[in-house]
Write a protein that binds this ligand. Sequence first.
Ligand SMILES: Cc1cc2nc3c(=O)[nH]c(=O)nc-3n(C[C@H](O)[C@H](O)[C@H](O)COP(=O)(O)OP(=O)(O)OC[C@H]3O[C@@H](n4cnc5c(N)ncnc54)[C@H](O)[C@@H]3O)c2cc1C
Length: 405
Amino acid sequence: MNAQKDIIVIGGGAAGFFAAINIAEKHPELSVAILERGKEGLQKVKISGGGRCNVTHAEFIPSELVQNYPRGEKELLGPFHTFMTGDTIAWFEERGVELKIEEDGRMFPVSNSSQTIIDCFLFEAKKHKVEVLYNHSVKSIKPTDNGFTVNTSQGDIEAKKIVLATGSNPKVWKLLDDLGHTIIPPVPSLFTFDIKDKRIKDIPGVVAQNVEVKVLGTDLFSEGPLLITHVGMSAPAILKLSAHGAVELAKLNYNFKIEINFIKQDFEDCKNQLKDLKQDLAKKQIYGTAQFDLPKRLWRKLVLASNISENERWADLNKEQLTALAEQLTQAVFQVTGKSTFKEEFVTAGGVDLKEVNFKTFESKLVPNLYFAGEVINVDAVTGGFNFQNAWTGAYIVSQSIAGK
Ligand SMILES: Cc1cc2nc3c(=O)[nH]c(=O)nc-3n(C[C@H](O)[C@H](O)[C@H](O)COP(=O)(O)OP(=O)(O)OC[C@H]3O[C@@H](n4cnc5c(N)ncnc54)[C@H](O)[C@@H]3O)c2cc1C
């Protein structure tokens, strides 16, 4: 191996491969190597999206797209004008990988297999003579007169420029800290809420299609589908809160109260509707006549929680019970006691302080010729393909900036 390279990309994950391939393609005269600590790369791509790899999202307006990034919303607007979701789709299509859109906007390879993405990257890397050095764990990075000396588990390598694409790796953040960068401490994002409550006991799998959730005592708010699980609550309404509230909820030690409006209606309107139902369904049992498009099992739980027994009829509904039911439907408070990992996708908030990155080039503002791509910087998104889009966009802009120098 030539221990001197023009460009060294540290980290053989999504961002690292995308950067290396695009740099090598734009500049065939440059020697480009990826240093990957594992014996294989692209491991997160492999398991992503339940093995299908949710590559990007069918959201084609930059100002809308950025709203999915609790950290990075402001900074990514410019970069998305350069390399957007549509560019991702075209990039893969030009290399023989067709993507499809699912109903909720998530985009996957038509093959439904993340291996398609991995095969594409390995093929393109080979085609453009990117050297991929596995089992090379980077231990230190030292700026020199001509670039950098990168110390790895297999010796030193000199490089003129470095692209850091090591994801959420605390050891690498420590190296960057030594180079003068500020690292925002990592906290988990995209998690589900642990809740022990008889209103959701024994009904896992039940989905309320469109709810509003507030974290009491904060400004955190979200809406969308809510899934009841064996240990609490999940699905977009919860995951979005976990991402937007990653830092705040960590400070609360994942102990807080949420208020759910299961039917997205005002409390008084709900009461009026219940009064009408009392007339219209007078002879029917409340427990057995689910309303507001709520799943039957959830409706029954909320009815019981309102001090209404299984046999009571709408006609019997007294004022207190009616108020209690309206409260359960529109202002139900639950105590969250912890968090669990969301199995399809989880990310870490934190990383290189965004103030220290030039978002026109993704170059460090402190260390010239050091570039960043992917999760190593303090950017993360809600679930849906947005985290990979950050990796593709940053990596592509790095390739453009390096090519332009
Ligand atoms: C289970 C799961 C499913 C996911 N599914 C999706 C999805 O479907 N869609 C989506 O958009 N996002 C998804 N994500 C998030 C997404 O995987 C990440 O945002 C993305 O992988 C970040 O890419 P990256 O290249 O920055 O980092 P990574 O993919 O983490 O790659 C970093 C690489 O750097 C290497 N490395 C680290 N330190 C060193 C070192 N010192 N020396 C050498 N190499 C090093 C690592 O081994 C790794 O290969 C998922 C995450 C998980 C955990």
